[in-house]
Design a protein around this ligand. Structure first.
Ligand SMILES: Cc1cc2nc3c(=O)[nH]c(=O)nc-3n(C[C@H](O)[C@H](O)[C@H](O)COP(=O)(O)OP(=O)(O)OC[C@H]3O[C@@H](n4cnc5c(N)ncnc54)[C@H](O)[C@@H]3O)c2cc1C
Length: 182
């Protein structure tokens, strides 16, 4: 039986919220789309599908957003995609934008990176924000969409390909269930 860690992760800058795990029902409705992983990619995909009115279910083995220092800088192109997902404004509000980078060795500058930027640029070339905030904003947007269900504490443990779709085997704190999807 899958038992995700339900102690809030420790962090000096981020307050983790623990979400209740989804527990399987007697009968599970067939799903159009099932996405594995509520990381930045899984949630962005679900939000882009929702723009086309395609509903989805996201399976996430953990019960809280990601741990530690992971993605911290997002490029302009990532921001364009995140704008389609509806979270770019919130990232820009609290993120740190930048366009120059210098590397020093023994007090002397040995490298400088400059990215082009002008008044017509919608986003800075780079913007810094910890991945936990990105995931939180994406999850808020997922909830707002009304078309995406995140199943926290649900770990994909097997897949069977069928002629008409896929059957997913999922482990939860209350045991396994199967979910059919197109
Ligand atoms: C130290 C470090 C620094 C980084 N710095 C940057 C950076 O500065 N900029 C940048 O753009 N990127 C950076 N990255 C990369 C960035 O973190 C990844 O590109 C990003 O997390 C990928 O998103 P994802 O949604 O594909 O995967 P993940 O964020 O890994 O999300 C996958 C999700 O799937 C869940 N999962 C996994 N297996 C299962 C399963 N069987 N069933 C259900 N759920 C499952 C996991 O719990 C997780 O929540 C860094 C990564 C590391 C490790």
């Amino acid at each position: 039986m899958h038992q995700p860690n339900d102690e809030p992760r420790k962090s000096v800058y981020y307050r983790y919220q623990v979400f209740p795990p989804y527990l399987p029902r007697e009968t599970e409705a067939r799903q159009k789309v099932v996405i594995v992983g509520a990381g930045p990619v899984g949630m962005t995909l679900a939000l882009l599908l929702a723009r086309y009115r395609v509903p989805s279910v996201i399976l996430e083995s953990e019960v809280q957003v990601s741990e530690g220092s992971r993605a911290i800088v997002y490029t302009r192109r990532s921001m364009e995609i995140l704008q389609q997902a509806g979270v770019a404004r919130r990232i820009a509000e609290i993120g740190l934008p930048w366009r120059f980078g210098n590397s020093y060795y023994r007090g002397q500058r040995v490298f400088r990176m400059e990215a082009p930027h002008d008044e017509d640029s919608r986003f800075y070339p780079m913007i810094n924000l910890q991945q936990q905030y990105l995931e939180e904003f994406l999850f808020d947007e997922v909830r707002r969409s009304g078309l995406v269900e995140v199943r926290w504490g649900n770990k994909l443990v097997g897949l069977s390909q069928r002629d008409d779709g896929v059957e997913a085997r999922i482990d939860t704190p209350r045991g396994e269930y199967t979910l059919s999807t197109d």
